[in-house]
Design a protein around this ligand. Structure first.
Ligand code: GDG
Length: 473
């Protein structure tokens, strides 16, 4: 069996326990452990004149290789092009997009640095799996250094439609970079359609059945792999939480009130101001819920070095203060707003205790919180998932109450509906959602992607005659 090499910006340290590391890190570590492998990424450190070789250490069957970066280069790569340009672009936030040539150049230089650091560690028959938008040019850089083996890429965030993508000055180069992969995985069929439409209508590529693409002299495949969670682990955590001390503390603090929960990184794609406003609207327009419903928003701070994120934090503090100032009673705070991350078992306990899971991003690749909320419910008395139609998860979780996060009053209506929903309907909706969450786990996602990557070359060879003819033109 070929060795697996995983590349991601942040590498979960082998010491990080499953409860803290998060589903993706655990699944990747498992995939690596099964066949033995290498996990390569940024060390999380910067240094002027950094060493050209990565720090290497082993844990079990996994070798870790971590590259340190020059601070200016790292800034252009991470805060600049990856999170200042690509993140807003892929989340349809053109107003927040900033593009500087120096960032684009820094982004590519950092990918060259990563490739030069990784290349000496690669064997010709390694299978390389690259994760996310920090690394789109990595395959080009590795190919340039002579790596001919299989390279797959998974894009965790949405792929924008051509009209939006064309606002990126470097769009053509970025898609040529993508074409150096053998398999490009996206979250949903909508994302696949968006990328393929761009390739056929703007980049003069051709598309054959099964998402096989020809672009200049390259052939590769584009397909949807909707990511899942470690369902079994979540169900276990949520069940264990029932008797835990934290559950007791939570319940006594609620004093019999209904809980609605949101869990999102503090990111403008997650639609937090809209969610706060919808809760405020509910309290304003339906006074019967005052003092009866508490909303808890867990929003760990993320990317504090990017200006938009600091502005968002201020906006949310103001909104939370306004809602609490307007409606709080001496014994009830309507909105509990936390910027600290909580341990996963605590999250599971909160999900299970919440009558409503509020997942209302303006745009999201998938949104794992939606799936975690479903997995954590008590089948005998499940809560209602209120879900933005713009989350990738909306394609799968048909049992959710779908909302448009731009429609504040519409969201307040849905909250009202969720609060009144009878048990039978809650169970029916939950069963539909849970069937998906159980069928499509993170492990299955991992195996399906890797299996398809291993067979990509066969698929590329099976092109129908008309596509081969197109490819020859
Ligand atoms: C990207 C894409 C895609 C959050 N707060 C705490 C905490 N979390 C965990 C959640 C969940 C994860 O972080 C967040 O995952 P999401 O999928 O919701 O969102 P992103 O971070 O934006 O992830 C997204 C994902 O990649 C995977 O492909 O679904 O669309 O944007 O697991 O539970 N975990 C703990 N404490 C917290 O306070 N322990």
């Amino acid at each position: 069996m070929a060795r697996l090499v995983i590349v991601s910006n942040r590498v979960a340290s082998p010491k990080e326990r499953a409860a803290k590391a998060g589903g993706l890190a655990v699944a990747l570590r498992e995939a690596l452990g099964r066949q033995g492998g290498l996990w390569f990424g940024w060390s999380g450190e910067t240094e002027v004149n950094p060493p050209t070789e990565p720090k290497i250490f082993r844990s079990g069957r996994v070798t870790y290789a971590l590259q340190t970066l020059d601070p200016e280069e790292q800034h252009a790569h991470y805060a600049g092009y990856a999170n200042g340009t690509l993140w807003p672009l892929c989340h349809y936030r053109l107003g927040a997009l900033s593009y500087r040539r120096t960032d684009w150049e820094g982004y590519r230089r950092v990918n060259d640095t990563f490739a030069r650091s990784l290349m000496p560690l690669l064997k010709p028959d390694d299978v390389v799996w690259v994760h996310d938008y920090h690394f789109i040019p990595l395959a080009s850089a590795l190919r340039e250094l002579g790596f001919k083996g299989l390279i797959g890429y998974f894009h965790h965030i949405p792929w924008p439609t051509p009209d939006v993508f064309l606002t990126l000055p470097s769009h053509a180069a970025l898609v040529e970079d993508l074409s150096q992969y053998d398999l490009v995985g996206l979250q949903t069929e909508n994302d696949v359609r968006a990328l393929l439409t761009y390739i056929s209508s703007e980049a003069r590529g051709w598309i054959a059945p099964g998402g096989v693409v020809g672009l200049k002299e390259r052939r590769f495949r584009v397909a949807a792999y909707p990511i899942g969670i470690d369902t079994e682990a979540f169900v276990k955590d949520a069940k264990a939480a029932v008797t835990g001390e934290e559950m007791e503390r939570l319940h006594s603090s609620l004093a019999g009130r209904t809980l609605a929960v949101g869990v999102d990184r503090l990111d403008y794609s997650k639609g937090l101001p809209n969610k706060f406003n919808a809760f405020g609207e509910l309290l304003k327009s339906r006074p019967e819920h005052r003092s009866k419903v508490t909303m808890m928003q867990v929003a760990p701070v993320s990317r504090g070095e990017v200006a938009e994120y600091r502005a968002l934090r201020r906006e949310l503090e103001e909104l939370a203060g306004a809602i609490n100032g307007e409606y709080a009673e001496f014994d009830w705070v309507p909105l509990r707003y936390l910027n600290r991350p909580l341990a996963r078992p605590t999250l599971a306990a909160i999900y299970r205790s919440s009558r409503i899971g509020l997942v209302t991003p303006l745009r999201d690749g998938m949104n794992l919180v939606a799936k975690e909320y479903v997995a954590a419910q008590n089948p005998k008395n499940p809560g209602v998932l209120v879900l933005s139609r713009f989350a990738g998860a909306a394609n799968e979780l048909s049992g959710a109450l779908m909302v448009n996060p731009y429609d504040i009053e519409g969201m307040a209506d849905m909250l009202d509906l969720a609060l009144a929903m009878p048990l039978e309907e809650r169970q029916e909706r939950w069963r539909a959602n849970m069937a998906v969450v159980e069928a499509n786990t993170i492990h299955k996602w991992c195996d399906t992607f890797l299996d398809d990557l291993a067979h990509t070359v066969d698929r590329l060879g099976e092109l129908p005659e008309h596509s081969r003819a197109a490819a020859r033109q």
